[in-house]
Design a binder for this molecule. Sequence first.
Ligand SMILES: NC(=O)c1ccc[n+]([C@@H]2O[C@H](COP(=O)([O-])OP(=O)(O)OC[C@H]3O[C@@H](n4cnc5c(N)ncnc54)[C@H](OP(=O)(O)O)[C@@H]3O)[C@@H](O)[C@H]2O)c1
Length: 249
Amino acid sequence: MSRLKGKATLITGGTSGIGLATARRFIEEGARVAITGTSAARLEEARATLGGDVLAITADAGDVAAQDGIAQQIGATFGKLDAVFLNAGIADLRPLADWTDAAFDRSIDVDLKGPYFLVKALVPLLSNSSSIVLSGSVNAHMGMAATHVYSLAKAGMISLARTLSGELIGRGIRANVISPGPIDTPLNDKLGLDPEASRARAKAVVGLVPAGRFGTAEEIANAVVFLASDECRFMVGSEMLIDGGMSIV
Ligand SMILES: NC(=O)c1ccc[n+]([C@@H]2O[C@H](COP(=O)([O-])OP(=O)(O)OC[C@H]3O[C@@H](n4cnc5c(N)ncnc54)[C@H](OP(=O)(O)O)[C@@H]3O)[C@@H](O)[C@H]2O)c1
């Protein structure tokens, strides 16, 4: 398998879930891979799992200044970039009454603003032709309670795939967004629920999915391989929705 052979790639949030599965698939397809995360220890663990010469970069996706540092390390190590998956994200879910100014800003910083400024920092390194894959969500298409700010950020990512493409396609840089439905990853354990509430939530969520289950991180990773590869060079500013039919059927 060599669909990404010779490509230099970056996956933000590559220590867990969808990002880690995508890093594994990118390596299998012949790519050189850099990953980011907030914890040096988790990055080291991911590097040990992935093997090879993965470049691990400690950087907070919510810190605009740190995004220039990611670009510098990519430039120094790879000299160019052919694909970036803007995957790092948090899901802070709470009812409207519980939102604070600071919590709102943190979600938007990590899930939307940081990724935007990372693209800005990476553009000089992006080759002709290259692929930007943004992480959206089925939630951007639904009115699910307590997802206000998360959904807002993900709707922003869907919009960004279009407007970034509009500005950058002349340079051979295309942007697309992948919008997963419920995926079985550690994200679901980070929602602040006790085990019983977590099980009840998972059951309720599955009830909303026509396919009758959570998706797997590998199912999303396979789609990101396609989006990062030259196979989808004619896909520009689009969204790939992989949600078991949740928002459509
Ligand atoms: N799982 C789902 O059902 C689902 C559905 C739709 C969309 N998504 C989206 O898919 C993406 C990946 O989610 P996942 O389910 O794979 O979650 P996950 O298992 O929790 O992984 C999240 C990744 O993002 C990193 N991360 C979190 N905050 C970060 C920050 N401030 N700076 C840098 N890295 C950060 C984490 O690294 P560290 O914690 O090590 O820093 C980790 O590598 C997210 O954008 C999420 O919104 C997920």
